[in-house]
Design a protein around this ligand. Structure first.
Ligand SMILES: [Zn+2]
Length: 342
């Protein structure tokens, strides 16, 4: 039955009607709020390219965690800025690592909040890569010297299998410190299985894994590297993060992580990869998360500061688009603010 009998505008006439037929809704319980924890006390340092987002010392992170919970957001994800970096990412897996300290403090003060722990090595490595770096070909580990005197592409390799042990060790350490969900973001092959095995052997059989399954090498991560001080000192991450052109390969990445024991999966970034989110939703039945990354946030903030867009409206529309594409969980720097608006 076509026009004039069918008139779709009939159901758009009032907000009550529009609300009644709304297909997708945002709820605060879908949000995960990222926090960047740094050394010190009373530190609350705004990230230049991410206005409204801060590096927080543990005491400030506890306050922020409390405010997050109060806003109705059930979960945070922690990233760490260690005091020192080295060639074996000690800060990632040390018992007194910055995220371990933050997790213990937050668990004690805000016990009901779900704490996720990002598991990667880049923030803790002097070279800023997500795994162990070796000269190729050759066995020697590249460390501080390589940062001072960067090797050319082809002269170094991010070593997959040797990195798995460090990722598993980091995961066990975080879970023991009170992290509820382990979220590996490194994109090494086989890391979900290695982490699962590590957790199980440590008796942590109930700790779930949220895998950054389809993480693309993206220009949208720019501001994050300032936030987490994790930019690679030489080369880039294209040999382990995914090529932005590949959706079929993204499905293979997710499938492998599911087989290896992931409990939840993630697509990152979100808005430039909504088709990947939709395809993953269609194909997999696990809870599906999407990360609205720093560059997505920074673009909205920058345009809003110029009065080129309506900030609140675009913020909510961007989150709605990610939800509509099929993400059940959204990692977003807007978590607290959007929750208050809902
Ligand atoms: Zn990394």
């Amino acid at each position: 039955m076509a026009f004039p009998v069918t008139r779709l505008r009939r159901l758009r006439r009032t907000e009550a009607l529009r609300s009644m037929v709304r297909e997708t809704r945002l709820t605060p319980d879908a949000f995960i709020y990222p926090l960047f924890v740094c050394p010190g006390e009373g530190v609350r340092k705004e990230i230049r390219s991410m206005p409204g987002v801060f590096n927080l010392s543990v005491d400030e992170a506890v306050k922020e965690a409390r405010a997050t919970k109060a806003a109705g957001v059930p979960s945070i994800i922690l990233f760490g800025l260690p005091e020192k970096k080295d060639e074996v990412a000690t800060g990632a897996w040390a018992d007194d690592g910055i995220v371990q300290k933050a997790a213990r403090a937050i668990k004690r003060e805000v016990p009901d909040l779900v704490i996720m722990g990002d598991v990667c090595l880049c923030e803790y490595m002097s070279h800023g890569h997500c795994g162990i770096v070796k000269s190729a070909p050759g066995p020697q580990s590249l460390g501080a010297a390589a940062v001072a005197n960067p090797p050319a592409t082809g002269e170094f390799e991010i070593v997959n299998d040797a990195s798995l042990e460090l990722l598993a060790r980091t995961s066990v350490s975080l879970a023991k410190a009170g992290v509820d969900v382990i979220a590996p973001s490194d994109m090494m092959d086989g890391r979900v299985a290695a982490i699962r095995k590590g957790l199980d052997e440590a008796g942590l059989i109930n700790t779930p894994i949220l895998s950054y399954a389809a993480k693309f090498a993206s220009g949208f991560y720019g501001p994050f590297r300032e936030a987490a001080d994790s930019a690679p000192q030489f080369g880039d991450r294209r040999s382990y993060q995914m090529d932005g052109a590949n959706i079929r390969e993204a499905m293979r990445e997710i499938e492998l992580d599911v087989e290896e024991g992931a409990d939840m999966i993630m697509v990152k970034p979100a808005m430039p990869y909504l088709d990947v989110i939709a395809a993953a939703r269609e194909r997999f039945d696990l809870p599906l998360a999407a990360y609205q990354v720093s560059g997505e946030y920074a673009m909205i903030e920058a345009a809003a500061r110029n009065n080129w867009i309506d900030r609140e409206r675009v913020m909510m529309e961007s989150l709605l688009s990610i939800r509509r594409a099929g993400a059940s969980l959204i990692l977003t720097y807007y978590a607290k603010e959007a929750a208050k608006l809902l």
